[in-house]
Design a protein around this ligand. Structure first.
Ligand SMILES: [Zn+2]
Length: 78
């Protein structure tokens, strides 16, 4: 899927990490602060989701949160 790149390199890498684990990118409509949402491989309402901020105060920490969220998702294949 074609998506825009995140302006922060660390966050972009974390998003790629999530995508490699089957997470999907979803354009954030409405909110000015959220850059996008990521949805876990479980494609229903019980699946995990998280907000990606366009200008996180601490991009390294935000990237770390994203990776942690991916790792703790109980719905991944392996
Ligand atoms: Zn999940």
């Amino acid at each position: 899927m074609l998506r825009k790149k995140h302006p922060k390199k660390e966050v972009e890498l974390a998003i790629q990490y999530a995508e490699n684990h089957g997470w999907r990118y979803k354009e954030a409509g409405g909110s000015a602060h959220a850059w996008s949402r990521l949805l876990c491989p479980l494609e229903n309402r019980e699946g995990c989701s998280m907000s990606i901020w366009s200008t996180p105060r601490d991009s390294v920490n935000h990237a770390r949160q994203i990776c942690r969220r991916v790792d703790s998702c109980p719905h991944r294949d392996k």
